[in-house]
Ligand binder design. Structure first.
Ligand SMILES: Nc1ncnc2c1ncn2[C@@H]1O[C@H](COP(=O)(O)OP(=O)(O)O)[C@@H](O)[C@H]1O
Ligand SMILES: N[C@@H](CCC(=O)OP(=O)(O)O)C(=O)O
Length: 369
């Protein structure tokens, strides 16, 4: 087989590959990954690296501390990040750049566009972007939470052709192989549904990884809907990388959608967080976000949460059916006010002057969920 025809790939490297025994960073497993990156670049493929491992790399500097304490973990991440970036940088004879991101950055459209522009600008200048979550500033709400999901968001932002998740295991098995001797590996997945999620267990207890297989499947789901070929492979062995370069599949391949979502729809659905909800009548049978079906205040029966103009909202029916995620052109306060008017006429006049409640340019359909 011949070398795959990728213009751009995102490679995600798990903690166990960076700091296998939590005694600081080791380049032992990173050498073959670095070589893969070098060979991709030589073949004309641009590469973005998403590297976990700052917590695992910094752990040895906090010998007598309570490692589950959040403040200690953040300090481990901050200290380990320098060591990790220095280790990667030593493996390349071209420059690399550190990008630390949070979910708050990615779900803000302006910051997201800025992140995209920075990635493209680094790649245009042959600089390797190395991305990790900015653990110092994250709280639960701001956190992506795991680098599998982060890598998929980055792959979408970078318009990558492939996402390669390098883990400590050969691929996705039909059950956790650490708990079941008869577990079998899946070579490919065409559709990600509940049966696929049911196969996934968490990370090894007491290990360095976060999220286990579940977050890798979530990442694959995000990536394939953007048209990105996604692989989970064993990053411990050089063979995985040689096979990828030969156009072969060394692990589990998640096939991309034939008709991927548009960039802004994908961002709205998979990256942006809804700040509030608009609940509409159960008998509504239109398709929101199209020219023919605009949401009007007369359909609204409730507004939940506090949101401002420009925030993302979830529009759902009374029975919980999710319809769309969309950018709201109204604040929650204003929407409550007009939805509670006795006279429809007032609301219609108001909407005619102010414009549609949700923007038809920024809508993601959720009816399949
Ligand atoms: N169905 C499954 N197939 C493969 N691995 C699984 C499965 N369910 C749970 N796992 C666990 O997920 C681990 C990989 O995830 P994780 O520890 O988060 O690694 P990483 O650091 O690469 O993100 C595997 O080592 C395995 O213990
Ligand atoms: N920002 C964290 C990422 C943790 C994480 O997602 O780890 P992993 O499951 O090994 O990809 C770190 O660098 O330690």
């Amino acid at each position: 087989m011949s070398h795959p025809n990728w213009n751009r790939v995102v490679i995600k490297v798990g903690s166990a590959l960076i700091a296998p025994n939590q005694q600081g960073c080791s380049s032992h497993y990173l050498l073959s990954i670095a070589q893969f990156i070098v060979r991709c670049r030589a073949n004309g493929t641009q590469v973005v690296l998403v590297s976990s491992g700052s917590v695992a790399a910094g752990s040895h500097m906090f010998a007598d501390q309570e490692k589950t304490n959040i403040a200690v973990k953040k300090a481990m991440a901050a200290a380990g990040q320098t060591e990790m970036i220095a280790t990667w940088d030593r493996l390349f004879d071209f420059p690399s750049a550190q990008m630390l991101l949070t979910h708050a950055d990615l779900r803000d459209r302006e910051r997201y566009v800025s992140i995209r522009e920075t990635i493209f600008s680094l790649l245009d200048n042959n600089i390797l972007p190395i991305v990790n979550e900015n653990d110092t500033v994250t709280t639960d709400k701001l956190k992506v939470g795991d680098n599998d999901n982060l890598s998929a968001m980055v792959a979408a932002a970078a318009d990558a052709d492939a996402l390669i998740i390098c883990s400590d295991i050969d691929g996705l098995y039909d059950k956790n192989p650490h708990e079941h001797d008869d577990a079998k590996m899946l070579k490919s997945v065409d559709t990600i549904d509940e049966s696929i999620y049911a196969m996934a267990g968490g990370a090894v207890k007491g290990g360095v990884g976060t999220g286990g297989m579940r977050t890798k499947i979530e990442a694959a789901e995000k990536a394939v809907s953007h048209g990105i070929d996604t692989y989970i492979i064993n990053g411990f062995t050089e063979l995985s990388f040689n096979m990828l370069l030969a156009g072969e599949n060394p692990g589990t391949h998640f096939r991309p959608f034939k008709k991927p979502m548009k960039e802004n729809e994908h961002w709205m659905r998979h990256t942006s967080n809804a700040q509030g909800e608009v609940i509409i009548e159960g008998n509504f049978d239109g398709t929101l976000g199209t020219d023919s079906d605009q949401l009007t205040s007369s359909e609204i029966i409730g507004v939940k949460g506090e949101f401002s103009v420009g925030d993302t909202i979830l529009v759902r029916k009374e029975d919980g059916t999710k319809l769309v995620k969309a950018k709201s052109n109204y604040s929650s306060c204003l929407l409550n006010f007009i939805a509670n008017q006795d006279s429809d006429e007032f609301a219609h006049e108001f909407e005619e002057k102010t414009g549609p409640i949700i923007s038809d340019q920024h809508v993601a359909n959720l009816e399949k969920e």
